[in-house]
Ligand binder design. Structure first.
Ligand SMILES: Cc1cc2nc3c(=O)[nH]c(=O)nc-3n(C[C@H](O)[C@H](O)[C@H](O)COP(=O)(O)OP(=O)(O)OC[C@H]3O[C@@H](n4cnc5c(N)ncnc54)[C@H](O)[C@@H]3O)c2cc1C
Length: 366
């Protein structure tokens, strides 16, 4: 009996990315009497593949939390513009950007360090969730050992490949495989930060970003033959830039969601809640998702603070994320214009909102 109580929680949160960490931090501060467990198996070897760029919306949220970013989270160099390249149509434009270049794993670890000590943090991967008599049974695997816990409510903050969403709800209509390769920075030509389009190899976008002594090339590709498309695009980009990236020191991949309609957003039902990318909260035009993850985490924490039943929490949470869903729906419309070669050509040719670099001083090293 004692053992059963020890393993029973009010809320089990699967995933300690920005959505999970913010949710748990905010809720545990507001309602320390709740028994919360946060489950995640992330380590520096299995860090989330990410560009690690903190967009203005995410910066604004940190300001609203009255948080300041430690210098140790920042990466070298900081960037002021994105070089937008259409390989197939041979177009290049520069647009001003106000992003912070970060070490994504360090950012996640910093957010996690803000979680109050009354929260149980469990290392491991959630392997399955099923409905029990008075709540949910959650299977966890860690170091080849299996454990099981019980929870009255489950919060899925487990990203694009969400096991919670897969188990209980309709999947996203469109998901790509995001592949990133890291190369040693040997002075090869590669823009400090670029957004790359190449209709021949993907109907989505790719990017290069410099991080300390490394250059990252990554992109989002159709699940079918994603690796072949990635390699083909890398070769085409290398030809475009006029040099090779060299030997990759690290290759990482994960699913990334691309919401296309309001039906792709799912905040949960009953005693199961979804946040961040698991809920479909990510920009389809840029894959910016940190702001939506943190915002939805805060909104769900507020709903749990005010709601007196899981049903009421669902209602409050759905209502408070309405503006986010609308904003992200607009991003999916923007995506249509950016990812269609004809409209992209018109936008890039028009020069609208672009900046003109001075002669011989292109941004980045291309
Ligand atoms: C390649 C790539 C580049 C991106 N670049 C940017 C960028 O530059 N800027 C930006 O704002 N957004 C970017 N995004 C989007 C951003 O990474 C996500 O939208 C954001 O991380 C979502 O936060 P989250 O907390 O919802 O999920 P995640 O950050 O994905 O966190 C989910 C957590 O759940 C854990 N988890 C998953 N499954 C399980 C399980 N079964 N059991 C236990 N734990 C589990 C994972 O270990 C992870 O820690 C990028 C995405 C990709 C794929």
């Amino acid at each position: 009996m004692e053992q059963a109580n020890q393993n029973t929680y009010d809320i089990a949160v699967i995933g300690a990315g920005p959505a999970g960490a913010v949710f748990v931090k905010e809720l545990a501060e507001a309602r320390p009497e709740l028994k919360i467990i946060l489950i995640d198996g992330q380590s520096s070897d299995s860090a989330k593949p990410c560009g690690g760029l903190l967009a203005p919306d995410a910066q604004k949220l940190l300001a609203r939390f009255n948080l300041v970013l430690p210098k140790s989270v920042l990466e070298d160099p900081q960037i002021f513009a994105v070089e937008t390249i259409d390989i197939q149509q041979k177009l290049v434009r520069y647009y001003q950007r106000h992003y912070l270049n970060m070490d994504r794993f360090a950012f996640d670890q910093w957010l996690l360090s803000l979680v109050p000590s009354c929260v149980t943090i469990q290392n491991g991967r959630c392997t399955e969730i099923s409905q029990g008599e008075n709540g949910y049974l959650i299977g966890i695997k860690h170091n080849n050992a299996d454990t099981e816990i019980k929870a009255k409510a489950v919060v899925g903050a487990d990203g694009g490949g969400s096991v919670v969403r897969r188990t209980f709800f309709k999947p996203m209509q469109v998901q790509y495989v995001a592949i990133q390769q890291w190369f040693e920075n040997k002075g090869q030509k590669a823009p400090y930060y670029s957004c790359i389009f190449d209709a021949k190899t993907s109907d989505s976008c790719s990017w290069t970003i410099h991080k300390g002594n490394h250059v990252i090339f990554g992109g989002a590709f159709d699940k079918h033959e994603c690796r072949r498309a990635f390699e083909a695009q890398k070769t085409r980009l290398e030809d475009f830039l006029g040099n090779s990236f060299g030997e990759a020191v690290k290759t990482e991949a994960c699913l990334v969601s691309s919401p296309r309609s309001m039906g792709d957003f799912c905040t949960g039902s009953g005693s199961i809640f979804l946040m961040g990318e698991a809920a479909g909260f990510i920009s389809a035009s840029s894959f910016e998702g940190l702001s939506s993850a943190m915002f939805s985490g805060k909104m769900l924490a507020d709903a749990f603070t005010k709601g007196t039943s899981h049903g009421e929490v669902q209602k409050l949470y759905k209502r408070s994320t309405r503006s986010l869903r609308r904003k992200l729906r607009m991003k999916s419309i923007k995506r249509m214009f950016l990812c269609t070669p004809f409209t992209r050509r018109l936008i890039m040719k028009s020069g609208l909102q672009s900046i003109q670099p001075y002669e011989k001083s292109k941004f980045g090293q291309s």
